[in-house]
Design a protein around this ligand. Structure first.
Ligand code: MRU
Length: 369
C-alpha cells in the first residue's frame, strides 16, 4: 500500500544486507513513520511481544523471517537442533492467540528439516520466509476481490447510496504484509468507485482502530469516522450500519472466530439488528485442529498497564497518561470468541462461505481428514 505516494509492505528484507529484516514499527503510528531493523532472533521476539508488529498475518510473516535469522544464529552455535528448537518454542509462545505464528514456525521447521546441509538450509528458509510474506499479500488481495461482491450487492440494493461498513480493531494492511483482510474488500470497493464509509471502532485498550485503521483509510482516501467502542449497537439500531466486517486471529474448522476483544459484542448487536456480520481471513488463520472456539482457543492476557494508561501525542511527543486510580487493578483480555451462529459468512482467499464445518471444508477439501 502507499504512504505519501510510496509503495510499502509492512516487512521486507533489506536490499543491501540480506541479514537484516525491516519493519514498520507500528508503535509510532499514526504520528511518525519509523522503520526498524531486526538483526537478531531476539529482536523478532521483542518486536512481536511488544507489538512493533501486530495482526495475525504480519506476526506470521515476521515469524517466518525470524526462523531465517534463527537458522543463521543456530549454525554458529554448538548445537544447531537444540538452539533452533528453543527459539521455535520462544517465538511461538510470544503471542498465544494468533495461530499464524505457530503455522509459520511449523512451515519453516519442515523446510529446514528437509535440507541436508547448512547452505541449503539458509537458502531454503529465506525463500520460505519470502513465500509466506508473498502468499499473505496475495491471499489478502484475493479476499478483497471476493469480498467486494458483498459490498457491491448492498450498494445496488441501496441504489448507489453510501454503504456504511463497521470494522473493529485493525485488520488492515498493517495487520498483514499488504492489503489487509477486513479492509481488502473495502479498498477494492473504493477503488471500483462504490461509495463507502467506514465506522472505525477505536478498539481500547491499544486503540488499533483509532490509530492504525483510521490512518490507513485516511492514507487511501476512504471516508471514515472513528467511534468509541460502545457506539456500534446504537448505530445499528438506527440503520446506520449496513454490514460489519472484521478480521480474526484464529478461526476453528467449525467457524468460531477469535478476534480483538469486543468483537463478540458487535456480533451480538449485529444479530439483534439484522446486520450482516462477515469475517475476512486467509487460510493461514484457520486452526484445523480445533472445533470449539470458546473452550479451545487460548486468549492472550496482556499487561494491565495497557488498560490503565492511554498513549497519545502531546506537543509533538508521544507520551502516556494515567486514566484510572493508580492502585486499582485492571484486567486486559486481548481477544474474545464469536460463536459461528452469529457470523453471516467468512471471506477467504478461495471465496465466501458460511461459518460452519461443512461449508469451510467444501472450500478447503484437503483439510477434510
Ligand atoms: O493485538 P493485535 O493488534 O495483534 O490484534 C490483532 C488484530 O488487529 C485484530 O484482532 C484483527 O482484527 C485480526 S488480525 C488480522
Amino acid at each position: 500500500m502507499k504512504i505519501n505516494g510510496k509503495n510499502y509492505r509492512t516487512i521486507w528484507i533489506d536490499d543491501d544486507n540480506q541479514q537484516i529484516v525491516k519493519i514498520i514499527d507500528q508503535r509510532y503510528l499514526p504520528y511518525e513513520l519509523v522503520i526498524e531493523e531486526l538483526k537478531t532472533a531476539n529482536d523478532f521476539v521483542i518486536a512481536i511481544q511488544d507489538m512493533h508488529v501486530r495482526g495475525a498475518g504480519l506476526i506470521g510473516a515476521t515469524a517466518g523471517y525470524a526462523m531465517y535469522i534463527a537458522v543463521l544464529e543456530a549454525l554458529k552455535s554448538s548445537d544447531f537442533d537444540q538452539s533452533l528448537k528453543q527459539f521455535s518454542q520462544k517465538i511461538s509462545d510470544s503471542r498465544p492467540t494468533a495461530v499464524n505464528l505457530s503455522w509459520a514456525v511449523n512451515l519453516q521447521l519442515d523446510i529446514i528439516n528437509s535440507c541436508s546441509n547448512s547452505e541449503e538450509k539458509i537458502k531454503a528458509v529465506l525463500s520460505g520466509a519470502e513465500k509466506i510474506a508473498n502468499e499473505d499479500a496475495d491471499w489478502c488481495q484475493r479476499i478483497g476481490k471476493h469480498g467486494v461482491s458483498i459490498i457491491k450487492a448492498i450498494s445496488e440494493q441501496k441504489k448507489g447510496q453510501v454503504v456504511n461498513i463497521l470494522t473493529h480493531c485493525n485488520a488492515g494492511w498493517l495487520a498483514f504484509v499488504d492489503y489487509g483482510s477486513a479492509t481488502a474488500p473495502i479498498y477494492q470497493a473504493y477503488n471500483d468507485g462504490i461509495p463507502v464509509h467506514v465506522w472505525v471502532d477505536e478498539t481500547r485498550p491499544r486503540n488499533q482502530g483509532a490509530r492504525l485503521t483510521a490512518w490507513e483509510l485516511k492514507e487511501h482516501g476512504v471516508p471514515h469516522t472513528i467511534i468509541a467502542d460502545n457506539t456500534g449497537g446504537h448505530l445499528m439500531q438506527h440503520n446506520m450500519v449496513d454490514i460489519v466486517i472484521t478480521g480474526t486471529d484464529r478461526t476453528t474448522r467449525t467457524g468460531d472466530v477469535a478476534n480483538k476483544i469486543g468483537t463478540y459484542l458487535k456480533a451480538l448487536a449485529a444479530k439483534d439488528n439484522g446486520v450482516p456480520f462477515y469475517v475476512a481471513l486467509p487460510s493461514s488463520t484457520f486452526d484445523w485442529n480445533i472445533t470449539d472456539g470458546i473452550n479451545q482457543i487460548p486468549i492472550e492476557q496482556r499487561d494491565s498497564h495497557e488498560v490503565k494508561y492511554m498513549e497519545g501525542q502531546m506537543d509533538g511527543k508521544i507520551s502516556e497518561i494515567l486514566l484510572t486510580p493508580e492502585k486499582s487493578p485492571a484486567a486486559n483480555y486481548a481477544f474474545d470468541v464469536t460463536p459461528n451462529r452469529l457470523i453471516t459468512g467468512l471471506i477467504t482467499e478461495r471465496g465466501i462461505c458460511k461459518a460452519n464445518e461443512k461449508a469451510i471444508l467444501d472450500l478447503y477439501p484437503e483439510k477434510s481428514s
